[in-house]
Every structure is written in structure tokens, then in C-alpha cells.
Design a protein around this ligand. Sequence first.
Ligand code: SAM
Length: 236
Amino acid sequence: MSAGPTVPIMSVQAEFDAWANSGKDRGMEKRHWHTAKHALARMPVEQGDSVLDLGTGSGYALRALRDTREIGRGIGLDGAPKMVHNAREYTDDDHIEYVVGDFHDLPIETDSIDHVWSMEAFYYAQQPLAALREIARVLAPGGTFYCAVNFFAESVHTHEWQEFVDIEMQLWEKATYRERFREAGLFVAEQDTIPDRETEIPPAETFPTDSFDSREAMVERYREHGTLLTVGVAPE
Ligand SMILES: C[S@@+](CC[C@H](N)C(=O)[O-])C[C@H]1O[C@@H](n2cnc3c(N)ncnc32)[C@H](O)[C@@H]1O
């Protein structure tokens, strides 16, 4: 729909189709739900609203919003066809559709969406400002973008994730999220971190583990930094 830039979406397909094929889509759903449910609960979604989920993965966020808020239309977009295939398999609801697409060129009418949601996906955008402009374009006036990420500059124990993923990940600071949202034409209504209180943190004597050198590091990652939520609002 837009004249957005062409991006190497093939790498997204290759990486995340493999994740979907190995069941990682459901694994992410389980882990991300620890904080996603709190962020979703804050969204000002009303009965009948339309919600676009960017990088939908298993599609769980839209199913939850249907169950709890009776959204009128959910569109889950993902660049990995296998993720979309699985999300469709997990969902039996005529009000929800899943589509293959790219953050940089959304197949969505201008000013047509009430709310955009994205969990642990936005930082994969290769041209994040262009992606934000696309989000601003499709949002109806007064519509919101709830952007949740666990990978961000202040959360130092997440930085090593880049080593395990074959796509460049945008390691932005909290302030950069706010600045880029504004640059794309969105007001920043809120920014906050949501602690993950559910991931189990073992006793100190079990460290180091494969993922953390010390218990303090794991506490910092989950209980202190958790998920960064930045909320943008489209101008009226
Ligand atoms: C880490 S997963 C998160 C999935 C889900 N939101 C969750 O919370 O479990 C990131 C998802 O974003 C998708 N993605 C990454 N870059 C994308 C892009 N440029 N366009 C569309 N989808 C993309 C991937 O295919 C993947 O399914």
C-alpha cells in the first residue's frame, strides 16, 4: 500500500520459519506472556476495535484481545510464512486473520486501524524509522501503538542475543524509542518497564548458568529491566 523501501525480508523468512518449524513460536508465546499480558491490559482497546499485531508469531496477542475485549477485527502480520501458517492453525475465529507481510510496507489502508501492538519484534525492522512511519500512516487519528521489547540498550544482559540471530537487531536506548516515535509523527503517551516476575530465578549457588554469570545479573534482566513498553499516539 505504501511506497516504502524494499528490505531483505528473505532473511526474516529464513530465520523465523525455522523457529516456527521447531516449535519456538509456542515457546516465545509462553515466555513473552509473562509481561505481554500486563502491557495488553493497559491498551485502551474497546469492543469492536481493530488491532494490528506486528510480528505476530503464534498470534496469541490477538486471541487474548478477542477473548477479553471482543475486538472487532484482528490482523496479525508476520514476515515468516510458517509463523502465519501456525498462527492460523491455532486460531478458530472469523474476526482474526493472519497475513504474511513486512513492517516496512504494510498491506493496510491509511488511517484504518484503531491500535497497533508489537511484542519482541519491532527491533528486527531494518529501517525502523520507515517502519514507524508506516505504523503512523495506518493508525486512525487518536489510534495507539503499544511497542513492547525485551532487547534494548539499558537491558545489558540481552545484548548477546544478537550473536544467535542472523538479522541485524536495533539496539535502541529508551530515549531513542521516544525520539524516533516523535520523528515518525507519533506522540509519546507513556514509556515504562514491566518486570517479569514469573521467570523462575534459582538460588545464588546454582550460578553461573549457561545464560547468566550471577543471580544478580538474572534479577537485573528479568525483575529490573523486564519489558520496555513505549506507547505512541497518532495525532487527531
Ligand atoms: C521474536 S518473534 C516474536 C513473536 C511474537 N510477537 C511473540 O511475542 O512471541 C519476532 C517476529 O517478528 C517477525 N518479523 C521480524 N521482522 C519482520 C519484518 N520486517 N516484517 C514482518 N515480520 C517480521 C518474525 O518473523 C517473528 O515471527
